[in-house]
Design a protein around this ligand. Sequence first.
Ligand code: ASP
Ligand code: MG
Length: 419
Amino acid sequence: MAIIIHKYGGTSVGTPEKIKNVARRIKKVIDAGNEVVVVVSAMGHTTDELIDLMHKVTDSPDPREYDMLVSTGEQVSAALLAMALQSAGCPAVSLTGGQAGVVTEDIYRKARIKEIKLDRIKKELKGGRVVVITGFQGIDSKGDIITIGRGGSDTSAVAMAAALKADVCDIYTDVDGVYTTDPRIVPEARKLKHISYEEMLELASLGAQVLHPRSVEVASLYGIVIHLRSSLKDDEGTYIGKAPRLTSFARGKEAGKMEKKEAVRGIALDENIAKIGILHVPDKPGTAAKLFGALAKGKINVDMIVQSIHSQGTLADMAFTVERTDMKRAVEVAKKIAAELKAEGVVSDPDVSKVSLVGVGMVSQPGTASKMFETLASEKINIQMITTSEIKISCVIKAEQGKQAVRALHKAFGLEKVA
Ligand code: ASP
Ligand code: MG
């Protein structure tokens, strides 16, 4: 008997009808002779609503009480789903993270999961019940309820799959998989059958908001395949992690492509960035450390960093990007450090976006970067900053040209064609 892990996101359990629908789906899996553990998010926008409610009571919420409050959303959906299962003739029990043995670090609001003690879950499964567990939470060493960060139910589910030694974690959501790019920008965007952990991590942190990035980290650590799929259809979605065995693919329509994998798998657009530059910084040891040390101290996340040299060799310009909401604070910090370093000045620009190509095959296929630059040039899009890694190339461009860039690149790299 296999243990199957399902996770349902907020929209998938957003209404009583949808909850009954989920119960029907789970019943089918049970009737086929499996054991099922389900992890649920809060219904719809419940968590946001709880946080709004909190702000009406206080401006400075106590972290312990924050966790106490926001963890209730998942309890509602878990209990309702257990009831829906019972009504469908399927014995079921709901458990909070704590009851299910999910032990976290002693950090309110954003703890990591330390371990999952399986005794209770195993007992319930043995009794023939579907176990419905609240995502997003566990308990700490004091027995306090702890949440694990917004969007964390994905991570709860993958951790559960790892603890129960399942091979696959099915994550049901309101999209039917991972696409080559946002289909709202490029209608021809194609659903990927498979994507590696590395590629998914890049895409998730580049703004493709389909999965909690930490869930991908946990999956890669324990070799769990995530199957991201729609809760409204039976179709397969996207497998994240190990590729499905290629034997059936290798024949038939994919024959002859044994080593020919597209270099670029996905394109991400981050429209939430701003660019800051410090001009004519004296080029000597310690300047970057000073600037970025000060930004880190201010808890400002810096993404791209570019330093360019001047012909005299004694001065440099430094440019970096931050989240747009952090721009004002970052400029204040940069101005202070610029004055201390006797730099010429600080400039900033919120009207920028970052477009990125992602693909593990890029490292072995030269020409991807130049093709990206040519494509942008032919669209008359100026590149302001460039960074590259083995599996990613990112360019900062004018914000208003972001979507145009994604469309042109999607076409240039032939991503609409079935792989
Ligand atoms: N309900 C939580 C949130 O909205 C956790 C989740 O949905 O994954 O952040
Ligand atoms: Mg989510």
